[in-house]
Write a protein that binds this ligand. Sequence first.
Ligand code: ZN
Ligand code: ZN
Length: 345
Amino acid sequence: MTRLATLEARLDGPLLITNLINIRYLTGFEASNAALLVAPGDTPKLYTDFRYIEVARATPGVDVVLSKRSILSELAASLKGTLAFEASALPYAQFEVLGGGGLILKPTTGIVEALRAIKDESEIAAIRHTALAAERAFEALTADTFVGASEKEVAWRLHQLLHAHGADNPAFESIVAGGLNGSKPHATPSDDIIPAHTLVTVDWGAVIDGYYSDCTRALATGDLPDELARIYDVCLQAQIAACEGIRPGMTGVEADRVAREVIEEAGYGDHFGHGLGHGVGLEIHEAPRLSTESPDTVEVGQIVTIEPGIYLPGVGGVRIEDLAVVREHGLELLTSFPKELVTVS
Ligand code: ZN
Ligand code: ZN
């Protein structure tokens, strides 16, 4: 069954899709201006403007409609009755345009995102490919000198290496956080010089053909002070426990718990202030969430990160993140760079 057919089978009325990544997922069509109308029993209609029309016409399984630049005002004038829309992908001003002709608008959330959360084997292969390229870039990075370089220099080097190893782009602005900066989970690379005898947290990923990867390692720049060595070890134990213990059928809260328990028992519970992981696919953060607040369930075919961290202000921090596919028996890792402490010069 095609993705469009799967979606159609779940609908009880017409749904207008304006999230461009969801349109890409469902049809393969990429544009900066498009809308997709899916209704039970009808051929899906793909709306776009002149700039993209030639590419749109090559999209299988849809009727293509050439629209003015303002697709929503055209839809407002031509559609009648009740129309479901994606609440998180329609700014209020556009909502007003779409409703301007009397359509009854029904908000929905997460319908296509729920389909996207379960990857097929071609998507798993694409993400595996991206993760491998990102990992090769990181391996090359670790062969170089960290001590004495600024975080920004290392981040830039990684950026270049990602391109050299086949990435279309970095997945996000890489995090390189040395020494005390390591206590900020989402530190921005600074001009600070990376010192010896500390941990440097590097969180990076790539995107190739639209599919993302995400990984974090904390590297040692020499022998570590006791507390940094200890938090590295606790974080590693928590990360391994999660990789080995998470099973399909667990709730996102239960999955998070597997790692959190280890960190709490070691006395660092207050210093792991974010969730254990998130889905990765056509976006760097997507369904499901593995966290203390997650409404999601772990299911076969999801691709999730497993990324516990411990952050001690005034001391430093550590996060270890792998990317994994949920299989019947548990998690299959897509990351192979060693998790045991690696020392760089
Ligand atoms: Zn990450
Ligand atoms: Zn992540």
